[in-house]
Design a protein around this ligand. Structure first.
Ligand code: NAD
Length: 366
């Protein structure tokens, strides 16, 4: 499997797309009584069960939901593989309005669908899902992670994700500047939600000059008061005089429109699927000498956290220690990309695929 131009892939029809993107199984879940419409994407289970969160979103079309679940589940395969976890890649999307449609029965019905896969897919939280939803899912299946700490779960994964992103940013700085200090570095953090907020805290503590943006005025106000950070308008962010751009809100913010405007030397953030087209835009960044820390590598802290819950006897210290490996893995990837004259995204995918292939061979019975 090579890096794909996903827009071209979508033109190939459902089975053509699954073949090109390498998916094993896609499950459509429909329940008239609760109004549940969900899609579970299982990309690859060579290394282990497909673990990935469930996202609820008011998708404009079914096609948009399918595209999202396919892209996200594929990303999870690489995220688990490059992080050295014994997990495959999967993700689920629920089509609908999280504010009005989520009820106990709705979530438990989804839990029953997850259960019907017998552990091949393990769910967790993603956008618009809360630990309380995981509790309802957990009433119908044991194949769920991200449960509250009070239930023996791992709780909010965001601090671990933010720590990994911070270390990924530091190791990228090491590659670009020769040392990993972020003191005085101008960092623009786009999106100060769960992860962005903790990231800002790490950055301010180290002495970086942080500028933030968020569509929530309340969150911006809170962080300005707490940390004394600067703010910037949504569109003006891309023209800002900055050393590091940290996308921590939405995907696809690295595209034809934004990359030509970026003055940063580094892109390192938490958002999934930051490159609108992972092939084209990975190389556009490289051509502009902007060093990109692959998103699925440096935002793997959340997955590492729930993996620890899945293993049992959850321990936050152990999860944080495992997330520290992101520093070295990222440095190795950036060096590999430099040596092979390829984009860092492609280098990260190559290394993930290598592990899947090698470990997959070990697992074949002889
Ligand atoms: P969140 O919903 O808590 O925060 C996202 C923030 O982005 C919110 O404050 C929101 O107001 C803001 N936002 C939304 N649209 C925006 C826009 N157009 N411009 C500026 N700000 C905007 O989510 P989170 O848990 O902090 O996750 C952030 C990103 O990191 C997401 O892309 C998520 O998929 C990814 N991620 C999160 C985790 C995790 O552990 N939470 C793990 C891996 C990846």
């Amino acid at each position: 499997m090579q890096v794909k131009e996903l827009e071209k892939v979508e033109a190939a029809g459902i089975f053509g797309t699954l073949t090109q993107m390498g998916h094993e199984q896609v499950v459509f879940c429909n329940d008239e009584a609760t109004g549940l419409k969900a899609i579970i994407g299982i990309h690859n289970t060579v290394l282990g069960p497909a673990l990935g969160g469930t996202r609820m979103w008011n998708y404009a079309s079914e096609q948009e939901a399918i595209t999202d679940v396919l892209r996200l589940s594929r990303g999870m395969t690489f995220k688990a593989a490059i992080s050295g976890l014994n997990l495959g890649g999967g993700k689920a999307v629920i089509i609908g309005d999280a504010k009005t449609q989520k009820t106990e029965a709705f979530m438990r019905r989804f839990g029953k669908f997850v259960n019907s896969l017998g552990g091949k897919y393990i769910t967790a939280e993603d956008v618009n899902m809360k630990t309380a939803d995981m509790e309802y899912i957990g009433m119908e299946t044991k194949h769920v992670t991200g449960l509250p700490e009070s239930m023996g779960g791992s709780g909010d994964p965001s601090p671990v994700t933010a720590y990994g992103v911070y270390l990924g940013m530091k190791s990228t700085a090491k590659k670009v500047y020769g040392n990993d200090s972020l003191v005085g570095k101008k960092v623009a953090v786009q999106g100060v939600g769960q992860v962005g907020m903790y990231l800002v805290e790490h950055l301010v503590k180290e002495g970086a000059k942080v500028t933030i943006n968020d569509i929530s005025e309340e969150k911006v106000k809170m962080l300005v008061e707490k940390f004394g950070v600067a703010t910037v308008g949504a569109d003006a962010l891309y023209d800002l005089d900055m050393d590091i751009y940290a996308p921590c809100a939405l995907g696809a913010t690295l595209n034809d429109n934004t990359i030509p405007r970026l003055k940063a030397a580094i892109v390192a953030g938490a958002a999934n699927n930051q490159l609108k087209d992972e092939l084209k835009h990975g190389y556009m960044l490289r051509d502009k000498s902007i060093t990109y820390a692959p998103d699925f590598l440096i935002n793997a802290g959340g997955l590492i956290n729930v993996y620890n819950e899945y293993l049992g006897n959850y321990n936050r210290k152990r999860a944080l220690e495992q997330a520290e490996k992101i520093y070295t893995t990222n440095l190795n990837i950036l060096t590999l990309a430099e040596n092979e004259k390829i984009s860092s995204q492609e280098a990260a995918i190559k290394l993930s695929e290598k592990r899947i292939e090698e470990v997959g061979r070990v697992r074949i019975p002889r």
